[in-house]
Design a protein around this ligand. Structure first.
Ligand code: IMO
Ligand code: MG
Length: 432
């Protein structure tokens, strides 16, 4: 079974890092293939908690090769900081980390553009980006003229490219800056990025070739999706999305590995829904229920510490993204969080102009107008974070899982009741 994918089915933060960490035991290679340091993946091992942004969650097992593929946008300072922090805590980061020479590089102008543009341009409501330069870097990738790939930093014309781009970017930033004086210094940026390039050099490789060789040789590859499918640039809640294909459709484009090698897709959902940043969220609970979830789930952004918006499980959205991503099985995370609520609601359909539908609208204005149709289920009062077998969960919790599975149309294979590796239950048989 060569390739497995882990994909978030909501608006990100579904605890993908935990599942990837567990699955790495049975994989030779873990690949990040889209997004960048807008991701915040938490891995807990024993009494240690690690926060990863760019480095694949397989890094804690030295035998596993970690690959940052070409579809990722990479901030060199950020990844070096992440490497240093891991090494300082005794985690091995050497040949086991490979960075694609095709990955696009984030520069200081991308941070400036992210800040200046998100404030101005989304007709009323800001996207509320993570301000990591992600959108501007992908914009330059698609625009091509101002793009720099990791491999370009080692070429003879790197200096001249920087001078040329900085000149253009200073004009663009002056136009965007509404009176703010943002001036970038080409010499300073070149010198800084040359230093980054030297430090990153041992990790830089043609990861497309490496991964194609690996899948053809039958190696077990795990693809670690970042963000969630509802944030997919093409199929998510546009324009309140991220700038990459964060649903299952992004795996091939981002990694260079054809879809035919992917033999299993695991869709990750929380037992409820969260969203951070702007955009519609039909099942949002801006009330005591939302606060209960936020408090118990510590629902504050890993990257930006913003309080996350919280709400009921939206089965219409999850069914849509499970189909879109080719999901085989579900992992339901944070089931311990909605404990102690008297009742739980699941959104089973949307009402649009008096008509019921289970289709997910393609336009964000239509999504804003839907009225969620809820099914109410009795909650369970017991704490369940100590439970280690699905069969030992309270009957009401099992009913809740069964209903999610039925509505999304996929079996639940994994249930998590806490951040620790131990707090994970598998339906029989165990996932391969
Ligand atoms: P992980 O991998 C949750 C959201 C931002 C914003 C929108 C666009 O931890 O699940 P961007 O900086 O990407 O241009 O911001 O996308 N967003 C995430 N939300 N989890 C993430 O990653 C996210 N990455 C981006 O909040 O609404
Ligand atoms: Mg996150």
């Amino acid at each position: 079974m060569p390739a497995t994918c882990v994909i978030g089915l909501q608006w990100g933060d579904e605890a993908k890092g935990k599942i990837v960490d567990l699955l790495t035991e049975r994989h030779d290679i873990v690949v990040r293939y889209q997004g960048g340091a807008n991701a915040g993946h938490t891995v807990v091992t024993g009494d240690q908690t690690y926060k990863l942004s760019l480095i694949p969650s397989g890094i804690f097992r030295p035998r596993v090769q970690c690959v940052v593929a070409g579809g990722v946008v990479l901030n060199p300072a950020g990844i070096l900081e992440e490497i240093d922090a891991l090494v300082a805590r005794g985690v091995q980061v050497g040949d086991n980390l490979m960075l694609s020479d095709r990955a696009h590089v984030i520069f200081p102008w991308h941070f400036e553009e992210d800040r200046l543009i998100d404030q101005q341009c989304t007709s009323g409501e800001a996207i509320g980006t993570t301000l990591r330069g992600i959108g501007p870097c992908y914009r330059d990738k698609v625009g091509r003229s101002f793009a720099v790939r990791l491999g370009d930093m080692y070429r003879y014309d790197f200096h001249d490219r920087i001078v040329q781009i900085v000149q253009a970017k200073n004009h663009i930033l002056a136009g965007l800056g509404s009176g703010e004086d943002v001036h970038l210094d080409a010499v300073e940026i070149f010198q800084q990025y040359q230093q980054y390039a030297q430090r990153l050099k041992p990790h830089v490789a043609d990861t497309t070739a490496y991964l194609l060789d690996a899948v053809e040789a039958g190696k077990n590859v795990l693809f670690e999706g970042a963000q969630g499918a509802l944030l997919d640039i093409d199929h998510g809640t546009f324009p309140f999305v991220t700038s990459s294909n964060s649903s299952g459709v992004g795996v091939s484009a981002g990694s260079g590995v054809p879809g035919c090698y992917v033999t299993k897709v695991i869709g990750i959902v929380k037992a409820y829904t969260t969203r951070v940043g702007g955009g519609p969220f039909p099942t949002e609970q801006d009330n005591d229920v939302g606060q209960h979830i936020r408090d118990r789930g510590n629902e504050y952004g890993t990257v930006t510490r913003r309080p996350r918006r919280c709400g009921w499980f939206d089965a219409v959205a999850a069914r849509y993204t499970a189909r879109l991503s080719g999901v085989d099985v579900l992992a339901v995370m944070l089931l311990d969080v909605p404990s102690q609520l008297p009742e739980l609601k699941i959104c089973t359909a949307y009402e649009v102009g008096g008509r019921r539908t289970t289709d997910f609208p393609s336009h964000v204005d239509d999504l804003r107008r839907v009225v969620p149709v809820y099914e109410t289920m009795p909650g369970w009062q017991e704490e369940i974070s100590h439970v280690r077998r699905i069969a030992d969960l309270p009957q009401k919790a099992r009913n809740y899982l069964d209903r999610i599975s039925e509505l999304v149309g996929r079996p639940v294979e994994v249930v998590s009741v806490g951040a620790d590796r131990e707090q994970t239950m598998f339906a029989e048989p165990k996932p391969s």
